[in-house]
Design a binder for this molecule. Structure first.
Ligand code: P61
Length: 459
């Protein structure tokens, strides 16, 4: 069974999806301002916009919805969630939030003073937003290979300790409240951090009195890659590896809409009770009482069950990453340039390589995502200059080296045949790539612009 990744479940309920005509899709994308975030889901065939909140729950999770305790205070479902979080992640203090960015908001507000610098292994959009909103500045300390789609390093999510030390020397440890350490780095293409790097980073930060806060949103996927790629972990369970990952940190923010297999939810986890007290003081103002945060009782019950289920055996994560690798390998065989190694939650197309005739300020990845949608009804997401936004000081675009379209795979939702359709769609667009035109803004929101921006093709 070693290399088999077949799903460790069978299907009990199905949801119909509809394929539209190319004419309908032309009209839909025009209506959506060439932004796949603005499409209606009814106009989408295979939805690879995100793996966030789009996973399929198990029968046990659905049963948990019925058993959720909706008490305003002291809900039984909260205590179940607390027990599951402590058991699986190993942190003592649970601060429940409506989703990941709720936790990022609280963490940024309690720890960041105006003028502080927050280093991180590549930015994430909402994470950096909250750091800047609290008056901080993000500084990228990821290894250089993370910015190179073709670099084959097994751990492209690693922190570059030389960059981190140089930053500490430059701004002083007292202006760095914490290091924001993302597991399985989303914007780098779902790339893992090694255990050795987590340990060394934690050690360096400790020497300087700097906290380490994980973004453990996709820590399970990271644990799987450690098991596959790092010496000494092949015989450990992902549950054990995940616990060890978290041991090299002082706390974590989690969007439970990913690894945790629920449609909504998240949390901030901490070790220090005093920090937890500060977070809960804000929680009750911004999210809800400390025993539900932003979630209903049934949300918490489904989440507790999702956390337990994701690590019950290694078979779930083997199949999850196995499906992503299946899609990635098929695209590689078809000669499509993608980020390598293949990531944990999706396949990232290298739009810069594919549409080399378009300069970056004509938004090649945005144009490519729109084109794939029109060709096939498959919806992906831009992860390039549009997502990177503008520098808050200079007002210029950030020009990231990675100009990507993310084809993100929801967990337990699509089949191998759906993946084959996606390969065909991308192959078709690749063949006709020279005809793809660039885009320009017709509406540019001030912050997190990629969500609601509108574009038109350049003639
Ligand atoms: C996603 F286009 N991710 O990947 P929330 N940390 C990390 C995330 O991946 C993450 C959050 C925190 C999404 C949704 C999304 O620019 C975008 O539960 C590593 O979504 O609040 C979310 O967690 C935030 C899509 C978010 C985006 C921001 O699709």
């Amino acid at each position: 069974m070693g290399t088999v990744w077949a799903e460790p479940y069978k299907i009990k309920m199905v949801e119909p999806i509809r394929i539209t005509s190319v004419e309908e899709r032309h009209a839909a994308i025009r209506e959506a301002g060439y932004n796949t975030f603005l499409l209606r889901s009814d106009d989408v065939y295979i939805d690879l916009l995100t793996d966030s909140g789009t996973s399929a729950m198990s029968d046990r999770q659905w049963a948990g919805l019925m058993l959720g305790d909706e008490s305003y205070a002291g809900s039984r479902s909260y205590y179940h969630l607390e027990e599951a979080m402590r058991g699986v992640y190993g942190y003592e203090e649970l601060v429940p939030t409506h989703q990941g960015r709720g936790a990022e908001h609280l963490l940024s507000q309690i720890l960041i003073e105006p003028g502080d610098t927050v280093p991180g292994n590549m930015y994430f959009t909402t994470t950096r937003f909250h750091q800047e909103y609290a008056g901080g500045r993000f500084a990228d300390v990821i290894v250089d290979s993370a910015h190179d789609p073709a670099a084959l390093d097994p751990f492209k999510g690693n922190v570059d300790l030389t960059k981190l030390q140089a930053l500490i020397d430059e701004v002083g440890a007292d202006r760095i409240p914490y290091l924001s350490l993302e597991t399985n780095v989303n914007m780098a293409g779902g790339q893992p951090v090694s255990m050795a790097n987590l340990q060394a980073t934690y050690e360096l930060c400790r020497q300087h009195g700097i906290l380490v806060m994980l973004d453990a949103t996709r820590a399970l996927e990271n644990a799987w890659f450690i098991k596959q790629r790092e010496d000494g972990y092949a015989d450990r369970s992902v549950a054990e590896i995940l616990r060890e990952i978290c041991s090299y940190s002082d706390g974590a923010t989690v969007s439970s809409k990913k690894d945790n297999l629920v449609n909504i939810g998240g949390f901030l986890a901490l070790r220090d009770p005093e920090l937890a007290r500060q977070a809960r003081a804000l929680l009750v103002a911004f999210e809800g009482l400390h025993t539900y945060g932003g979630m209903s009782g049934r949300d918490m019950e489904a989440l507790a069950r999702g956390i337990e289920e994701m690590v019950e055996t290694d078979d779930h994560i083997r199949a999850r990453v196995g499906q992503v690798e299946y899609l990635g390998n098929k695209l590689l065989e078809a000669g499509i340039p993608i980020v390598q190694p293949i990531g944990g939650h999706g396949v990232f197309l290298d739009a810069r390589a594919m549409l080399s005739h378009l300069p970056q300020d004509q938004f090649p990845a945005q144009a490519l995502a729109a084109e794939i949608y029109v060709e096939s009804g498959v919806r992906g997401m831009e992860r390039g200059v549009v997502s990177a936004g503008r520098d808050p000081v200079t007002g210029d675009h950030h020009y990231p080296e990675l100009e990507l379209v993310r084809l993100t795979i929801p967990r337990r939702v699509y089949t191998q045949a759906h993946m084959d359709v996606v390969v065909e769609a991308v192959r078709q667009v690749h063949t006709n790539r020279d005809a793809v035109r660039g885009l320009r803004f017709t509406h540019e929101p001030e912050s997190l612009r990629f969500f609601q921006a509108r574009f038109e093709p350049i003639e």
